[in-house]
Design a protein around this ligand. Sequence first.
Ligand SMILES: Nc1ncnc2c1ncn2[C@@H]1O[C@H](COP(=O)(O)OP(=O)(O)OP(=O)(O)O)[C@@H](O)[C@H]1O
Ligand SMILES: [Mg+2]
Length: 630
Amino acid sequence: MGQALGWLSDFARRLAARAREYLRKLAATRHSIGARLLIGILLFSTFVTFVLAGIQLYTDYQRDVAAIRSRLDLIGKSYLDSLAESLWTLDETQLRLQLMGILQQADIRAAEVRDTGISIKPLVVQVGETPEPPVVTRDYPLTHTVQGQDRVIGTLRVEATLANAYRRLTDTAARVFATQATEIFLVALFIIFFFNYLVTRHLSAIAAQVGSYRIYDSPLELCLKRRRPRHDDEMQRVTTAFNSLSHNLHAAFRDLAEREARIRCLVDANIIGVFTWQLVGRTPEDQDVAFRGVNDAFLRIVGYDREDLVNGSVTQRTLTAPEWQDRTQRAMAEMRLTGAFQPYEEEYIRKDGSRVPVLIGAAQFGETGEQGVAFVLDLTERKRGEQALQQAQAELAHAARIATMGQLTASIAHEVKQPIAAAVTNAEAALRWLARRPPDLEEVRKALTRIVQDGNRASDVIGRIRDLVRKAPSPKERFEINGAIREVIEITRGEAVKNGVSVRMELGAGLQLIEGDRVQLQQVILNLMMNALEAMAGMAEGQRELQVTTTAEPEGVRVAVRDSGPGLTPVAEERLFEAFHTTKSSGLGIGLSICSSIIEAHGGRLWAEANEPQGAVFQFTLPVEQHSAS
Ligand SMILES: Nc1ncnc2c1ncn2[C@@H]1O[C@H](COP(=O)(O)OP(=O)(O)OP(=O)(O)O)[C@@H](O)[C@H]1O
Ligand SMILES: [Mg+2]
């Protein structure tokens, strides 16, 4: 018993679930094309049926009423004379019989003959029952000829019922509606079936397929297959158009996938850091770049995990070193204008707090500029290489400086010896003034003052030489170029005298301060002057003149070293600044190459020309606002 109850409740539950499912499906088809078509056909057909049935019923009704009227006309023609006769003779029996005859006619329900004579009790013969309305009543006068004159002796009233006509109308209406409704319904069902067979089932199938189709996952093209009808119909045209669209879409997708694969290859190769980005922040001031996708190379550069970057907790602003934030904003502004920004060098702060120099460039996708791609190159190695090169160059420059100083040793020794000899002479003079009786203290004081000046002069020369041979690179400073040049001329004066060269200075007034390495720039001037002295040393005759000039230029300062030597040969002119190019037996050929790299590092330019009327002129410019001195 319990088992049977359990089975029953289980069955009821399943039945209810099935019913619910069915109702749900039915509710879902409520808005389907089939249902709407069915409702449309039914409504329209019902309307048409109503109109047509109404017309038919109206004509039927008119016909029935006309039939009754013609029957009443017939009664008027055939019964009136005999009824008038019977009424004249007051033959009630005859009258009744005749009225019964009238009553036999279809739809006639009552007939009455009434005497209109003047008797107190006029004769009234009535047969049948007055019917329920609606009725058609007709009164006929009954006339008799008395003394050659027609006289109305009574009236005949006949009442016909319309009930039969109404019943027939109702029957007709019921029949018409029943048959029409069935017909409409069946035709509508058939239309829906056919419509479903031809159209909607295909649409449903297409919807089901297309809805679940994933172009990324499917290796096959999405294609509709339909048995081709003899003549193309609308469905066939839709099928052809869909297949062509699908084909084009696949071709475009394949093309896109291929292109993406090529770009992916670059990203996945992890040679350079690549990331895709999304702009965040509303105003240009608080605008920032959030990372969307990053490759491993980028992760290695910045030292963060992928999650840190992609979940938005670390942005471009977090990574960029504080002093580079302005440069980043400028790059963003450039990208807003042109769609990309030119690569520039900046520094990132890694997760561990260390800094990494990078080269960064980016471009935005599309017009809106909300998203884009960027590449980042780790410049650590390059910077290290650059530093090593700079150091090597600095060491070479230092060695060259020492070598030049070596060349000048004799002249410099002479320069130092001179004040020392003068000091000795002055000291002897002072001793002599002291030995006088009485001693001439005023002269002693003058001699001692000169000794101090000589000592200072010797000390200055040594100080300058010490500066020039010092190894440590001097810090970048702002200095006056004319002062630096005067010091170099001091050092080379002995050498110039030795070679019989007259040195002239034409140093411009009011020149702006130069920013850079004073010793390095002095080395440039020293090298140029030494070259000029050496060039003129070999000359047999002619005036030996060396001229150093400084002039103000629009963007900075120009320094020129002119000589009246033999000048530059065409071959020498071409290879002048190459390292190890020399025409001297004791030369290394690195003087000018060091000069040009120093000037370039200061953002300037060094070049050589022929001097007028003879000799060579070496000139260089230096910008007054200089940042990149080494
Ligand atoms: N003022 C000048 N007049 C003519 N030739 C010059 C002059 N300055 C340089 N040269 C030519 O350019 C060459 C290269 O000069 P650079 O200073 O680089 O090397 P160097 O003087 O030969 O050797 P060092 O390395 O000792 O300076 C010289 O050998 C010389 O032929
Ligand atoms: Mg030289």
